[in-house]
Design a protein around this ligand. Structure first.
Ligand code: C2E
Ligand code: MG
Ligand code: MG
Ligand code: MG
Length: 284
């Protein structure tokens, strides 16, 4: 309707909007069938201790591969699942599958590592999260110390009193919680200092221009200092180069994850990493 006003610019914006909307509607209609057909699976991305270069964890990341082979990214289907009220059930499936996988590795004699699981805003705010966690623990037999939940700043800040209560419940069970995409939200430091969190994941947007961007160097150093004061460990996400990893090592960042270390992969492709990253100095 605004087409006449600014001509092509608005027209193409309309077209893009229309296309996004069509995609959303089409995905929405396909999700129930896709759940039934089990088109969703998890891949896992390794995390290392930066100082020793040893494998210390994996982040579970959801994938939707449609029957024609098209991959739909989680950034697209997770918000739709939230909208449809399906994220609770899906999140429970993710949690269970990830915990069972971690226990399977332990049972195969591989050194125990943590499994990081993303929790969406809605999943965090409904009352089922604790039940989902307990079900995943019961089904897998995994010790809670080997799970880490990732929530975004927005999720944590939406209702601070509730967040504090949920984090306390999780803490009582022995589960760690980290803030994901840290630096992109609007966390109040006053709130942050009073939340029983365990760690921060620095958003990849602050990592990508390292080490040449003076601004991003300063931001990352500031986050690391703040985290130390707050007694939080720090994970850098989206590490793509040796120079980035070197910088993070020099500045005392605890852990790293990113394509330089490994892309996310299916579980069966990851077992060799225990040998490759078992001791010091494989990724240098
Ligand atoms: P996230 O939790 O911040 O995950 C990190 C994203 O960065 C992943 O994208 C990962 O594949 C990507 N990545 C990893 N290393 C690199 C790198 O070196 N460079 C770059 N450019 N990217 C890298 P992915 O898998 O597409 O997931 C996107 C987001 O979708 C996740 O962001 C998370 O918020 C959400 N998500 C994924 N799986 C789940 C899930 O099971 N449940 C929920 N609630 N959300 C999920
Ligand atoms: Mg994450
Ligand atoms: Mg992240
Ligand atoms: Mg992210």
């Amino acid at each position: 309707q605004a087409k006449e006003v600014v001509g092509n610019t608005i027209c193409s914006f309309d077209a893009q909007y229309h296309q996004d909307n069509l995609l959303r509607v089409s995905l929405k209609s396909q999700i129930p069938k896709a759940l039934e057909n089990q088109e969703f699976r998890l891949v896992y991305q390794p995390q290392i201790d930066i100082q020793t270069k040893t494998l210390i964890g994996m982040e579970a990341l959801a994938r939707w591969e449609m029957q024609r082979g098209t991959m739909v990214p989680p950034g697209q289907f997770i918000p739709i699942m939230e909208q449809m009220g399906l994220i609770g059930a899906f999140g429970t499936w993710v949690m269970k599958t990830a915990c069972v996988q971690n226990k399977t590795w332990q049972n195969a004699g591989l050194r125990a590592i943590k499994m990081a699981v993303n929790v969406s805003a809605q999943q965090f705010s409904d009352n089922q999260l604790m039940a989902a966690v307990e079900e995943a623990l019961a089904v897998s037999g995994l010790d809670p110390q080997w799970i880490e939940l990732e929530i975004t700043e927005g999720t944590a800040m939406q209702d601070i009193e509730r967040t504090r209560a949920v984090l306390r419940d999780l803490k009582n069970v022995g589960i760690n919680v980290v803030l994901d995409d840290f630096g992109t939200g609007f966390s109040s430091l006053a709130y942050l200092k009073n939340l029983p969190l365990d760690g921060l994941k620095i958003d990849l947007s602050f990592i990508q221009q390292l080490p040449h961007s003076a601004t991003d160097r300063a931001i990352v150093i500031a986050i690391l200092k703040m985290a130390k004061v707050l007694n939080l460990y720090v994970i850098a996400e989206g590490v793509e180069t040796a120079a980035q990893l070197d910088f993070l090592q020099d500045e005392g960042c605890d852990m790293a994850q990113g394509y330089f270390i490994s892309p996310p992969k299916p579980a069966r492709d990851l077992e060799p990493l225990w040998d490759e990253m078992g001791q010091r100095s494989q990724v240098q």
